[in-house]
Design a protein around this ligand. Structure first.
Ligand code: ARG
Length: 725
């Protein structure tokens, strides 16, 4: 057993990589090309990534900041996940016209609905600028390195953006050992084209989330609009559909086990080079902290969403994302333990240290330094999580927190810090801070609901008190909340009532009036502002500096570690951790054994979906139309050879959050589905890839088209796609 573990560990940590593991940089995909061909790929290198002519990369985009989407027509039609469009769909829904519950299909361009705030980012080029960074930073580490690095980063980004024409990002790879400059074009006129009813788009809800077997049609469609030159332009009725340099043809031939599968997308974050000490901290401190706070947040949100349909629409998107990562951290902890990831990593580290002791002129003590770092941070590690997850859980907190900048500036001003300020400079600063305060308040107000926020604030304030060591608490507990009072929920409820009656942040008129004539005294008397400032100052004065120092130190250590690993295993083709930039992963369609004696097939069908059907259930209901379609069994050309309709399938591709909505392509680069999840048995995947268990869960393109066609009757959409039989 131990030996087997060791072997797995070597594969995981030092990247003796199988085809399926790895999130490869598209620009450097040439290194994997032969291997891809061996696995079945029938495209050329230039088809995958080229800066001279159109290639696959041009059909893939980052959607709305945290997801992926792909172009599926010459006229700017895109496919992404239902959960990626969820916020936009919910925001466009009202109790009377509930697109989320009923589904939505635009039968002409005119019917498409502007999805405010949704952006589409297309990658134009990537360039290696590692040497420039090295020249500018020399041997610097820690704060000095970060300062020099950030200066150069800003300079490069500013000049590459060409006065805002492009989005330019300098990004680190291999934990700071390589740096690339990425240039994008961002479109902001994006419109909702279609989505299945929530019962199907989120079929299985939180129960099935992160699990296989799955029957969710997790997709939605949007369209990108541009000006008459195909360039980005803010929403305008005269804008026209965008014409992508490349869009994906669709194959409805169906997939067989072992078929080649390839995914392009924007994976957000992995931590594959994390050390055993860090994994221990996640298992024992960080993950349980997040889960326990979210447990409480979810029960409060759920209660209020159940009471009223408009509250439901207001909070459902927040609920879904809180629930998603609540379950994620439960699963990650469970699998890190089950797969003995700490032990695996520790044994690699032992070997590494042996090698390093011999090679690097004696013991360089890297692991010891890691150990010290983690031991030192442990006593306060809950603090940042309680701050962001608990204190900031109520929308009302965020609504006031945006005024902190103004508060502090006014305070400095009044104590005579800016004596030399001219009147116009004074006005400029005020304007800057007021705008910030207004924007942040407005963003928070979108999810503000009095009943929910009152209960959330009372419960969260108590939870903070109950779980953080007394000497780490903000002073508001002693000076106000618990002054001569007992630590009971009633005390907090009463306190919150008082705060709500003595704050201007809830009332837009009162707040705007204040913004027109900002006054420090007014802020100092505002009960909500007092609360927020007490927490924020406590965190920023006492804990943020420690967290910043820890993060800088950790960045230095992991840079050194990854650099050394690459020297140690110099013949290995390493891949960098995910960092929200475009990556390619390739693998195969494959079933698996989740536990001894159990086999999981590689696909699911509508028969399985109907077997889960529970009329009236929040998570397992299905619309009548689908029941009818199922009874009639008219799947047309979307049926599999076996006669039924396949709903989802799995592959061995290496993806993570951010890949949601990614195109899954066959050996010819044709679209066969959209990726939407990972499986329970591999929830430790962001920290350690497990080749036996790791699977990507995909919605079969045939199920998607079936719903667009037979349920949405959107012939207009079917016609504009290139569907190959
Ligand atoms: N687990 C999926 C992901 O992170 C999200 C699924 C959203 N659905 C849900 N039931 N919350 O990509």
């Amino acid at each position: 057993m131990k030996k087997h573990l060791l072997l797995v560990a070597m594969v995981i940590l030092v990247g003796v990589v199988r085809a399926d593991e790895g999130m490869w940089i598209p620009m450097l995909i040439g290194k994997n090309y032969e291997d891809m061909q061996k696995k079945g790929l029938r495209l050329t290198k230039e088809d995958l990534y080229s800066i001279n002519h159109s290639s696959l990369k041009d059909a893939i985009l980052q959607f709305g900041g945290g997801c992926t989407a792909e172009m599926i027509s010459a006229d700017g039609l895109l496919l992404t996940n239902h959960h990626c469009g969820y916020d936009a769909i919910a925001s466009l829904s009202t109790v009377e016209r509930n697109l989320l519950d009923n589904g939505f299909w635009a039968h002409s361009l005119k019917e498409e609905l502007p999805a405010q705030g949704v952006t589409a980012l297309f990658l134009l080029s990537m360039d290696d600028i590692t040497d420039r960074i090295k020249d500018a930073t020399g041997n610097a580490t820690g704060e000095e390195y970060t300062k020099k690095y950030n200066e150069l980063k800003k300079k490069i980004e500013d000049s590459a953006s060409n006065k805002g024409q492009y989005v330019a990002n300098v990004k680190d790879y291999f934990n700071g050992n390589q740096t690339l400059l990425l240039i994008y074009r961002r479109y902001t006129d994006v419109r909702l084209v279609g989505n299945p009813p929530k019962s199907l788009g989120k079929f299985g809800g939180e129960t099935d989330n992160w699990m296989w077997p799955r029957h969710t049609s997790d997709f939605s469609m949007f369209r990108i609009y541009a000006d008459s030159n195909n360039m980005p332009k803010a929403y305008n009725a005269n804008n026209v559909p965008y014409h992508p340099a490349k869009y994906l043809p669709i194959s409805i031939k169906g997939t067989q086990e072992h078929d080649y599968a390839m995914i392009f997308g924007y994976p957000g974050r992995t931590n594959r080079y994390e050390v055993s000490y860090g994994v221990n901290l996640a298992i024992n401190e960080i993950n349980p902290t997040i889960v326990s706070i979210r447990d409480l947040r979810l029960s409060i949100l759920h209660k209020h969403m159940d009471m009223d349909k408009s509250t439901y629409l207001k909070l459902t998107s927040t609920y879904a994302s809180v629930a998603n990562y609540w379950k994620y951290y439960i699963g990650q902890t469970e699998q890190l333990k089950r797969l003995h990831v700490v032990e695996q990593k520790a044994s690699i580290e032992e070997d590494f240290t042996k090698w390093a002791t011999v090679t690097n002129n004696g013991e360089m003590g890297l692991m010891k330094r890691y150990e010290t770092l983690f031991t030192d941070i442990k006593p306060i590690i809950k603090e940042p999580y309680y701050y962001s997850e608990c204190f900031m859980a109520p929308s009302i907190t965020k609504m006031a927190l945006g005024t902190k900048g103004l508060y502090e500036w006014l305070e400095k001003y009044e104590t005579g810090n800016f004596k030399q300020l001219t009147d116009s400079a004074y006005q400029d600063s005020i304007k800057k801070y007021v705008t910030m305060a207004k924007n942040i308040r407005r963003a928070g107000a979108k999810t503000f609901e009095t009943g929910t926020d009152k209960e959330m604030m009372a419960e969260m304030t108590k939870k903070y008190y109950d779980n953080i060591p007394k000497q780490q608490l903000p002073d508001i507990y002693e000076t106000t909340i618990l002054k001569k009072k007992e630590n009971t929920l009633q005390t907090y409820t009463d306190y919150v009532e008082k705060v709500f009656s003595k704050t201007m942040f809830i009332d837009s008129n009162a707040f705007n009036e204040f913004c027109a004539k900002p006054d420090l005294n007014k802020l100092k008397k505002d009960e909500l502002m007092k609360y927020v400032m007490s927490f924020a100052t406590n965190y920023e004065k006492n804990y943020k500096p420690k967290m910043d120092a820890y993060n800088l130190k950790k960045a230095d250590l992991s840079k050194e570690y990854v650099r050394s690993l690459m020297t140690w295993k110099k013949n290995t083709n390493f891949y960098p951790d995910a960092n929200s930039t475009m990556r390619v992963t390739y693998g195969e369609v494959l079933s698996y054994e989740p536990q001894d004696g159990v086999h999981y097939n590689y696909f699911t069908t509508i028969d399985g979906l109907m077997a889960k059907y529970k009329p009236g259930s929040e998570e397992f209901d299905v619309p009548k139309d689908l029941v009818e379609l199922y009874k009639a069994k008219k799947y047309g050309r979307y049926a599999d050879k076996d006669g039924t309709l396949h709903t989802c399938f799995i592959t061995t591709n290496d993806i993570t959050g951010g890949n949601s909505g990614s195109p899954v392509m066959n050996a010819n680069g044709e679209l066969i589905g959209t990726a939407f999840d990972g499986n329970w048995e591999a929830m430790s995947g962001d920290i350690a890839f497990d080749k036996n268990y790791k699977r990507t869960i995909i919605c079969d393109i045939r199920y998607i088209l079936f719903l667009v066609d037979k349920m949405g009757h959107a012939d207009n959409l079917i016609k504009e796609m290139d569907i190959r039989q």
